[in-house]
Design a binder for this molecule. Structure first.
Ligand code: NAI
Length: 248
């Protein structure tokens, strides 16, 4: 297995779900963890405690990634608290599902704001740090709907497709500095986000998965750990589906 000892990872949206699983996996491989959360203080406190009990340094920062200035402040604080950052995982995301016919402008803006602009904000604020250190790993959590689209998710699919374009662009910009940027495209993963789906939609999603089961958060965390490791040093600009074949 890979190891991340001596590395520091910044993970957005790690108070629960996929982000938390990535934080726990990275910590189990020896990484220190700075994580962002928003409006989820109780889970964030529990996550921080759990990570620190694993014997690494961990700290949570309340921050709305959609807010350019707030995310800059969080990154500055993290660098002051931890010193060098080696890995950035842009995981924070929200959904506001609705057909375009009835989608409100605010639903479009909110989803683009957190998922896409949040990814830009964090990447922008850490960019020079990675450039100067001449190393870094950026792992962006996209979605298979960013590849295939999905009725009722025009806002979310646009954001997730945008993340793929951003990942490839950043990979080209920073490749010569030994910084990699890759995207993970999960399919249907069991978390609070998917637990909140209407029963019919959940059944339809499950029926369309060749492996006939939902994914688990560790299915994503395992790939993130590989992409963050030294062993993945020559992989960049890649989009990797983890979906049990859902988007074949
Ligand atoms: P979740 O809803 O369980 O967790 C989302 C996390 O993001 C929470 O920690 C929350 O505090 C944080 N967050 C939300 N808004 C934020 C903001 N404005 N600023 C900072 N943090 C914020 O979601 P889940 O399922 O763990 O999803 C994680 C990522 O994986 C998201 O980007 C999601 O779009 C993506 N994804 C999830 C899939 C699934 O089936 N669960 C499928 C494909 C992609």
């Amino acid at each position: 297995m890979f190891e991340l000892t001596g590395k520091t990872a910044v993970i957005t949206g790690a108070s629960r779900g996929i982000g938390k699983a990535i934080a726990v996996k990275f910590a189990s491989l020896g990484a220190n963890i700075a994580f962002l959360h928003y409006c989820d203080a109780e889970n964030a406190a529990a996550t921080e405690k759990e990570l620190n009990e694993m014997g690494i340094k961990a700290k949570g920062y309340e921050c709305n990634v959609a807010d350019f200035e707030a995310s800059k402040k969080a990154v500055d604080e993290i660098i002051a608290d931890f010193g060098e950052v080696h890995i950035l995982v842009n995981n924070a995301g929200i959904v506001r599902d609705c057909l375009v016919l009835s989608m409100k402008e605010a639903d479009f803006d909110a989803v683009i704001g957190v998922n896409l602009k949040g990814t830009f904000n964090m990447t922008k604020h850490i960019y020079q740090h990675f450039m100067k250190k001449r190393r870094g790993r950026i792992i962006n959590i996209s979605s298979i709907v960013g590849i295939n689209g999905n009725a009722g998710q025009a806002n979310y699919a646009s954001a997730k497709a945008g993340i793929i374009g951003m990942t490839k662009s950043v990979a080209k910009e920073l490749g010569s500095r030994n910084v990699t940027a890759n995207a993970i495209a999960p399919g249907f993963i069991r978390t609070d986000m998917t637990d909140g789906m209407p029963e019919k939609a959940r059944e339809a999603a499950l029926a369309s998965i060749p492996m006939k089961r939902a994914g688990e958060v560790d299915d994503i965390a395992n790939l993130a750990a590989f992409l963050a490791s030294d062993e993945a040093g020559y992989i960049t600009g890649e989009v990797i589906r983890v979906d049990g074949g859902m988007a074949i």
